[in-house]
Ligand binder design. Structure first.
Ligand code: BGC
Length: 852
């Protein structure tokens, strides 16, 4: 970004720099000039450093004209691998991805807790279990930071659902806070020392996390000895002096709302903020920027450009990571893998089979450099002579599918043309200010606006649309701001003069307004979307035109979608007919980035559209029906007992199709294990009665009994339990030796592959605490290990270690960690429900401590 800047800053003395900075400069360092960069101070050769989302890839610094990136699997899929070394390599991989996007900070990992699988961002967090979550986060951070890229672990803390996320207080006991919700962050601090923390939007103990001294000073800095920077979530700073005093170093994004010279000088004068506290925050920022500049001079002093990587090795890595997260939930009659001697004709059915379902939505979404769809992957990975047929069966979209693959610009390039216009004082359009070709009909303008635009402006998106069948098509236009759609010069959708609010664009957008048009195969029609960021002044109707004195929208974006209108009954009937005449059916469906995203939670576990009905009908006519569910979290499976095979295939990134095919055809023996419980019914979720914000509070009444702990305690059978996952082979535990020195325990377990092919297994160690008048979860995961590629018949030895933390709980009375003396049960198994071996140990002495 600063090729010609002197690098003197990398060797400068930070304390000395603080003395040289003027107050205004100090203030500017505590906020940002834009969405993704820190503030540079060229006078003192202080460069800016860039951050990027996170967590399943590195999007780069523009939602609008994104430079494509590699998309890795979502966090639940990564956690399903139970493979610490692999996740560390994922971190290293992402560091390289960050650097080619000129970024040295990745806004990741997310390690909030799935207290409910319905949380909008459940896909983005690792697990319902705090230990698994913290171990995965640590591995990810260690990989990332080993390559010099800073993690910004998020969201600290309690952003476990999305409803009213900026306002809500997560009300929980101190034990739940410590033992469940802070725990992954604490483990990450203990094992990986992230260089940055991002606060969450909501409140703990009534105080917003970004201005909460108990969290940021007492716990994070004093108790855990964190010495990096703390940044707010985007627009998650809510005041001037309180956040700075509480320890929030950086307000994000910029331009600042709270840290203007006027406001900060005002609180300095009023002595609500002391100069020395301001200096503390500045010192943190300078040390952090300096560290990142020293570690990555080629990036920080580079050209600032963003690039894409793509090599066969990179593709292979993404494919392997994706395949390793797939969980084989059910495999009746060994329907999988699909083998030539059993299957000749395969039917592929389902709304996601040809879709680009690669990640959840919101800030985790990115433009992938390429996508292998499940349909393509299965075609490419199939054995010779397999006849493959496809029919969609049903739709399941929330918004109509995007249309970029059917559009060309007026010059015939792929995509459509974006032309920006400023408004004159009279509300008239100026000549074009800037033009871009976009290959996406989701247009996000929150972090990018071309230079030189007036405050209110217009964007015209133009292109030619062509489809390959003659049929009625439904088109949809969703907007944050206002927009209209013209087809061949005819106004087709007006989402301008009258608008209905919806949950799009983090809840700032409208619902999708729809219209039906008749399109002919191969005949191009002109598409024009006129968009403005401005709203008329209150009580004034601009009748669909731009006007003077309009007010700009906070969130800006538009989305054009469309697809053929199908007859739902007919589509199901076609699929059933195909299933009847096939040897096996692979159904690919589930959710999409539009069902699981930021700003809202799911309301139901049910699969959207007619998927549930369709799957049951396919299974009724074909005994070899295999269901692949793409979703970042749990969904209902009322057809479980009717289908033969079920694969949880999460959101798997670019290589989704190849990874699914690798497991279907047995090239990869599945070894994923569920990192969260799949409940049978919504009512079985521990947090079910308390999922939303009421009067600004979400009560975590399930307390410590999150996920499997609740199911075990209440004896509620899950659909599939925590840690569950099958393989194409089988393992047995031969023996287990336990060595104990005080609270340090080492278990050595021999596992034998008793099946016919090589495979991997995950050994899980759960601890049950003694009852000393204090309630504990019945079982708690405290160690796990994966054995890889054990040949048929071979034995592999696994060692699992425990220390005092494995037996500790938070003593609310004394505010410290405590281990009670007594008898503890160690349970070794292949899931929390599938325990193979039990061993009782005795701890002789009571222990207590506070520091990490
Ligand atoms: C999300 C963060 C993200 C940030 C920047 C926020 O909406 O909560 O996780 O890093 O946006 O995109």
């Amino acid at each position: 970004m600063y090729p010609s800047m002197s690098r003197s800053f990398t060797v400068a003395d930070v304390d000395d720099l603080v003395t040289k900075l003027q107050t205004e400069e100090k203030i500017s360092l505590l906020s940002a000039p834009n969405w993704w960069n820190t503030t540079p101070i060229p006078r003192l050769d202080i460069p800016s450093i860039r951050c990027s989302d996170g967590p399943n890839g590195v999007r780069g610094s523009s939602h609008f004209a994104s430079i494509p990136a590699q998309c890795l699997p979502c966090a639940t899929s990564l956690a399903s691998t139970f493979d610490v070394d692999l996740i560390r390599r994922v971190g290293e991989f992402l560091a390289a991805e960050a650097k080619i996007k000129s970024s040295v900070i990745l806004l990741a990992p997310t390690c909030n807790i799935q207290r409910s699988p319905l949380g909008g961002r459940a896909f983005e967090s690792f697990s319902e279990d705090p230990y698994l979550s913290g171990i995965m986060a640590s591995a990810y951070i260690n990989g990332l930071q080993s390559q010099g890229v800073s993690a910004a672990i998020k969201h600290f803390v309690g952003n476990d659902q999305e409803h009213e996320r900026t306002a809500v207080e997560s009300v929980m006991s101190d034990r739940a806070l410590r033992e469940v919700y802070l725990y992954p962050f604490m483990l990450a601090q203990k094992l990986a020392k992230p260089w940055a923390f991002m606060t969450s939007y909501g409140r703990i103990h009534g105080v917003h996390c970004s201005e909460n001294p108990e969290l940021l000073q007492d716990i994070l800095r004093n108790e855990w000895k964190f010495n990096g920077i703390v940044m707010s979530d985007w627009y998650g700073t809510y005041g001037v002096d309180q956040p700075i005093n509480a320890g929030l170093d950086l307000e994000m994004p910029g331009p600042t709302r709270w840290r203007t010279p006027t406001l900060v000088n005002h609180v300095l004068t009023a002595q609500k903020l002391s100069p020395s506290t301001l200096d503390d925050r500045v010192r943190n920022m300078l040390s952090y920027i300096q560290q990142q500049a020293r570690l990555n001079p080629e990036v920080v002093y580079g050209d600032g450009k963003e690039r894409t990587r793509d090599t066969p090795e990179i593709r292979q890595f993404c494919r392997a990571v994706a395949a390793e997260g797939i969980v084989l939930l059910q495999n009746r009659n060994k329907v999988l893998p699909l083998l030539p001697n059993r299957i000749r004709k395969l039917a592929i059915v389902g709304p996601n089979a040809k879709g680009s379902v690669i990640s959840g939505g919101g800030s985790a979404a990115l433009k992938a450099s390429y996508i292998i769809t499940p349909y393509q992957g299965i075609q490419q990975g199939a054995f010779d002579d397999l006849q493959i047929s496809y029919t969609i069966g049903c739709y399941a979209h929330k918004y109509l599918p995007t249309l970029e693959n059917h559009l060309e610009t007026p010059n015939g390039e792929p995509g459509w043309l974006a032309t920006f216009y400023s408004h004159t004082e009279d509300g008239e359009l100026t000549p074009p200010v800037a033009e871009f070709v976009l290959n996406d009909t989701r247009v996000k303008l929150n972090d990018f606006i071309p230079a030189g635009l007036s405050e209110n402006w217009t964007l015209k998106m133009t292109g030619r649309l062509s489809v390959d069948i003659t049929a009625p098509f439904e088109l949809g236009l969703t907007v944050a701001g206002r927009a209209k759609l013209w087809i061949d010069g005819e106004l087709t959708i007006d989402n301008w003069t009258k608008q209905t609010p919806g949950d799009f664009f983090y809840g700032q957008g409208t619902i999708e307004e729809k219209a039906t048009v008749k399109l002919e195969a191969g005949k191009k029609v002109d598409v024009l979307v006129e968009y403005t960021n401005s709203y008329p002044p209150p009580n004034q109707n601009d009748e669909g035109k731009t006007v003077p004195n309009a007010q700009p929208a906070l969130m800006r974006g538009l989305r054009l979608g469309g697809c053929e209108k199908i007859d739902a009954e007919l589509a199901i009937a076609d699929a059933v007919k195909l299933a009847e005449s096939s040897d096996a059916v692979v159904f690919i469906g589930g959710l999409t980035a539009e069902w699981e995203s930021e700003g809202f939670d799911r309301l139901s576990l049910d699969l959207p559209g007619m998927q549930t009905e369709l799957i049951a009908k396919l299974a009724a006519v074909n005994p070899n029906t295999i269901v692949c569910i793409q979703a970042g979290s749990a969904t209902a499976m009322p057809w479980k007992d009717e289908v033969a095979g079920i694969l949880q295939t999460w959101y798997l990134g670019n290589e989704v199709g190849n990874a699914i095919a690798d497991v279907l055809f047995g090239k990869v023996n599945p070894s994923g294990r569920l990192p969260l419980t799949f409940p049978k019914r919504i009512e079985d979720i521990a947090a079910y009665p308390n999922l939303r914000s009421e009067h600004g509070k979400i009560y975590y009444r399930e307390d410590l009994m999150v996920g499997y702990k609740h199911h075990l305690k209440q004896k509620i059978e899950p659909l599939f339990g925590f840690g569950h996952g099958l393989s194409y082979t089988s393992f047995e535990l031969l023996d287990c030796i336990v060595k104990q020195t005080g609270t340090d325990i080492e278990t050595s377990v021999r596992l034998q592959n008793t099946g016919a092919i090589a495979g991997s297994e995950v050994l899980q160690l759960y601890v049950a605490y003694p009852d000393k008048g204090i309630t504990h979860p019945p079982l708690q995961l405290k160690a796990f290990a994966k054995v890889h590629d054990v040949a048929a018949g071979q034995v592999s030895t696994v060692k699992l270690k425990l220390d005092k933390w494995a037996f500790s709980y938070w003593d609310e009375k004394k505010n410290q960690w405590k281990v009670d003396a007594g008898h503890y049960a160690l349970y070794l198994g292949f899931s929390c429900e599938h325990i193979l071996h039990e061993k009782i140990i005795e701890l002789g002495n009571m222990l207590s401590w506070t520091q990490l």
